[in-house]
Structure formats: C-alpha cells, structure tokens
Design a protein around this ligand. Sequence first.
Ligand code: NAP
Length: 226
Amino acid sequence: MTNVFITGANRGLGLEFVKQYLKLGHYVYAACRNPKQAKELHQIQNKNLEILKLDVSNTKDIQAVKSILGNKSIDILINNAGIWRGSTIGSISEKDWLESFTVNTIAPIKLAEALLDNIKLGHLKKIVSITSKMGSIDDNTSGGSYIYRSSKSALNSAMQSLRHDLFNQDIATLTLHPGWVRTDMGGPGGWIDVQESVSGMIRVINNLSLKNSGQYLDYAGKSIHW
Ligand code: NAP
C-alpha cells in the first residue's frame, strides 16, 4: 500500500488530496493543526485514514508526529499547508513576512528533514511541495504581493537544494503549482475547483521520478519558468 502524508489536510486542497488518495486505495496521514475542529476529515469513514495534529511551524508538533510514525514508511510527502498575507508597498508587515516564511518556506523543508528516514523506507520516495506560480520571478510582471511571492520563491529555491541533496538517496522532489483554485485562499474567482486541481496534481505526482526530479510544474504538468 502507498502511504501519503499531507499537511494542511482539513480544508481546501489538502482535504481534497485526502479524499482523492483514499479513493485510490492509499493510506493517508492527514495532518492538521486542529484535529478536533476538523469536521470534514472526521466525516470521512475510511480505515486507511489517520488524522495527526501538526502545526507545521511548531517544532514540538513535528517531533510528536515523528515519534507517532516511528519506523512507518512514507511514500509521498505533500507539503500543502500554506498562508497568504497581503502586502503592498507602504504597508508591508514584517511580522506577516516572518510568519509566511516560517509556514511557506521553512516548514516544508524542516518537515522533510524530520521525516527523511520514513521517506527512505517508502517504495516511491517522493517529496512534493505545493508552491505557487506567484513564486516565479520570471512570471512576476505585475509586482506587489511581496510577502507571498518571496516566501514561495524561497521555497522553490530550497526545494532545488533538496533535489540535489536527496538524489543519491533515490528521493525525487517536485515543486507544484495547483492553478488558481476556488478555496478560502484562492477565493471564489479562481479558475478551477479543487477536484480538477487535485486530480491534475495527482497525475503529475504519479509521473514524478528520479529522472525528472526537481521540476517546477503546474497541475496540468506544464513547466513554469523559475
Ligand atoms: P486554504 O484553503 O487557505 O487552506 C490552507 C491550509 O493550510 C489549511 O488547512 C490551513 O489550516 C493550513 N495551514 C495554514 N497554516 C498552517 C500551519 N501553521 N500548520 C498547519 N497547517 C496550516 O488554502 P489552499 O488554497 O487549500 O492552499 C493550499 C496550498 O496551495 C498552499 O500552500 C497555497 O499557498 C497553495 N496555492 C493555492 C492557490 C489557490 O489558488 N488556492 C494557488 C497557488 C498556490 P487551518 O484550517 O488550521 O488554518
């Protein structure tokens, strides 16, 4: 059985990843910061679902998850949890910026670091971070969004280091843009719904191998310029 570990699994894209991977017959570790309030996760009746408490910015939570997992394997780690903090020139909050780096940039790498032994035990050995096209420096033609853009650009950069560092351990990495999706973060104006985004992303993750490790792709498998 394939074991998938998903962060930010209680709503939005994370919740849809949980639903679709369970439907595919995989075992899912659904990590979220408030399991007690994760109503939609609890409504899913499936013996292959395990809900874990994980605030990705909390080192103690990461250690607790690591000890719950013990020597269980993880085939696919999906760093999905993320935050958006608005920022326009003249009103950029340093606090918001640091918080965004903690959640969007540092946490995915620290979690991969903490769960590395579990990933090595997996047969697929894939680390996926959900980034954004807004992290593309090449694609930034409109400015603004200093905080969100830079936190995702830095995530993209860190994922490239992970790609090189883990290649010899047969671990493949992917930096994946979900499209503009109608979630709490994406808002009602998004171009696609969570079903379309996640089914596309799962196809892209299926195609991930050591041969194409380190790519920056969107949910349709299209390459994005860094
Ligand atoms: P969302 O609906 O706002 O959901 C965000 C998820 O992240 C929630 O489950 C939230 O948990 C979780 N989260 C936030 N901070 C966390 C923390 N410190 N620890 C653990 N979980 C935390 O957003 P979404 O649209 O599903 O976005 C998912 C990912 O896709 C994000 O990385 C986002 O940047 C990226 N993305 C989204 C879009 C889009 O159009 N929607 C576009 C590009 C990229 P709580 O419920 O506890 O807050």
